[in-house]
Write a protein that binds this ligand. Structure first.
Ligand code: FES
Length: 170
């Protein structure tokens, strides 16, 4: 049996929405303590015809594994054009399900994508002064804690990453 499903390999070999967005409305930066992988995710928000805020554009860069790349690619295709509320409803299990499963040891990789999106939305809300829900605040605090730990243990890597992405932050 193959380790990864066809769908995982499709997104890994041809990842969608890779890159950065200049002057993004929100940026999510998250890391994973188990492996040290890092994800940057950018969103651009616009209003649809009904005046609802939608994720008009989304891009990501990751120094992550096969599943992290495939997952985030899949997530970006699922949320592009969706309202922020709809995007926030997508959980890691939804991604794993769409892939027809991933090896157990790779389940944590699916979290990077959804956490990075939550952080990008958090960043957007902060910038425009919108109240933050308790759930989003808690997720942000958890992401920050992991970031601090990663900085402590992989400080050099973090510095390089921040340098590489600095010009894209407002
Ligand atoms: S091993 Fe790090 S995100 Fe997959």
């Amino acid at each position: 049996m193959d380790l990864y499903s066809k769908e995982v390999m499709k997104h890994f070999r041809k990842p969608q929405n890779v890159g950065k967005i200049k002057n993004a409305d929100g940026i999510g930066k998250v890391g994973n303590l188990r492996c040290g992988d890092i994800m940057y995710l950018y969103i651009k928000v616009a209003k649809d015809k009904k005046g609802k805020e939608i994720i008009n554009d989304i891009k990501f860069e990751t120094y992550g594994c096969t599943v992290a790349i495939a997952n985030t690619s899949l997530l970006t295709t699922m949320v592009k054009g969706k309202t922020i509320e709809e995007a926030m409803k997508i959980k890691k299990d939804d991604l794993v399900k769409k892939f027809g499963g991933v090896p157990f040891i790779k389940i944590h990789c699916s979290l990077l994508a959804v956490d990075a999106l939550a952080e990008a939305i958090y960043d957007y809300f902060k910038k425009i002064g919108r109240p933050i829900s308790k759930e989003l605040e808690e997720r942000h605090e958890a992401a920050e804690k992991i970031g601090e730990e990663l900085k402590k243990h992989h400080g050099g890597l973090f510095k390089v990453e921040e340098e590489l992405h600095k010009e894209y932050e407002k």
